[in-house]
Design a binder for this molecule. Structure first.
Ligand SMILES: *Cc1c(COP(=O)(O)O)cnc(C)c1O
Length: 387
């Protein structure tokens, strides 16, 4: 029996991800390390495959949101340094030590627990301390950070490896970004004046890595751009990127529909004239947003066809009245290119009233991911000499 595979699938071009990383690396000083953010299943692209591709192409670090994601990487034999961006809880300490993960420390209770777990395991564990310089999310307020952090040197089984902060609007507000960077620099200055060594300092997400070179310090943390997507449109002119993901399906049913028929739940679309309506086996349970009801556009035979009626859980309908020759079995591109025409994640995001981040991370686990071989060779398997 042929391998069963859904008509709805995602194809990932890992060489595009490697190209995007190379574009960024070309803009960094040689001393600046690169932490590739692969959280949320590699922004929907597949965490393990993306991690292997970026490491093969010269990423130094991986960044994830949770310990569970980090452990999944370790269980796939990925031994690169991993920074967990979520705040560490005291009860996470043993797992952080066992799996050799870098914790994000936002308060003393997590640090004390990690110190105890490290002492018990007879190791010294490096940590990254997070500052809040204006994001209002995780981290110590920058004004109080130096006074809080300096006494932490009394914990002997943890060592400060990194100091970092996250920018709230690197893609939209240069002034606020410069204020955040200045606040960060001020804490660095105070800590270093007190002779605390900070081997890694990092503030840059994708937008800052491209638009604010002075945010690089000696480590950058790109996510979105690695996948070939732009946090905002002005950055499109500053760095060439290739989208890595194509989301495809097929027409599984097609019928002629007279004028005046209602399409889908709630009867929100009524055909104005006789047309052809095709049914596609993809819905909001696959991550195709219900906000794209009567708004989305797909490609069939290199022609744009509108989503008509509400997006269902497992299906959506498109009007193919103007797609000549449309037939059952035709490839449908939901996101990505089809022979030179494309629907970008940025465009879909605009139609759905969201951001490209949400479009790709929403693609559900039940959609199979197929990978194209990277152009940069993967590290060779160890050769077992046969005699
Ligand atoms: C997600 C995340 C990033 C990556 O942000 P992009 O905008 O996708 O580049 C960087 N740093 C932290 C702390 C994050 O949570």
């Amino acid at each position: 029996m042929a391998e069963l595979l859904r008509a709805t699938r995602v194809e990932i071009d890992l060489s595009a991800i490697q190209y995007n990383l190379a574009q960024l690396k070309a803009r960094l000083t040689p001393a600046t390390q690169c932490l590739a953010v692969v959280k949320a299943n590699g922004y929907g692209h597949g965490m393990v495959e993306v991690a292997r591709a970026v490491l093969a192409a010269g990423a130094d670090w991986l960044g994830v949101a949770s310990i569970v994601e980090a452990v999944a990487l370790r269980q796939h034999d990925i031994d690169a340094p991993i920074l967990v961006h979520g705040a560490a809880l005291p009860e996470d300490a043993e797992a952080l030590v066992e799996f050799g993960l870098r914790a994000t420390i936002c308060d003393e209770s997590a640090l004390a627990a990690l110190d105890r777990a490290s002492a018990a395991a007879q190791v010294t564990v490096p940590v990254h301390v997070k500052l809040d310089t204006g994001m209002g999310r995780l981290g110590l307020w920058h004004e109080e950070a130096a006074a809080t952090i300096l006494p932490w040197t009394r914990y002997k089984h943890v060592v400060l490896e990194g100091l970092y902060t996250h920018l709230a609007c690197a893609d939209e507000d240069a002034e606020a970004t410069r204020e955040q960077l200045a606040a960060f620099a001020c804490v660095v200055e105070k800590l270093e004046a007190a002779h605390l060594a900070i081997p890694l300092k990092h503030t840059a997400n994708s937008a800052a890595a491209v638009a604010f070179p002075d945010s690089h310090w000696n480590l950058v943390r790109p996510g979105l751009m690695l996948y070939g997507l732009y946090p905002n449109e002005t950055l499109r002119h500053r760095i060439p990127l290739r989208p890595a993901l194509t989301w495809k399906s097929r027409i599984t049913f097609l019928k002629q529909v007279p004028a005046g028929r209602a399409i889908s739940y709630g009867r929100t679309h009524i055909t104005k004239a006789a047309t052809a309506i095709a049914t596609i086996p993809v819905g909001y349970a696959d991550g195709y947003s219900r906000h794209l009801s009567n708004r989305g556009v797909v490609l069939v035979r290199n022609t744009a066809a509108p989503v008509v009626g509400r997006v269902c859980m497992d299906h959506l309908m498109i009007d193919v009245g103007r797609v000549s020759g449309a037939a059952v079995g035709d490839e449908v591109v939901l996101l990505g290119a089809q022979d030179g025409v494309a629907i970008t994640a940025e465009e879909l995001a605009t139609l759905a009233g969201t951001i490209p981040y949400e479009i790709v991370t929403a693609i559900a686990g039940r959609v199979p991911r197929l990978y194209h071989r990277p152009s940069v060779p993967m590290p060779a398997e160890p050769l077992h000499a046969k005699t």
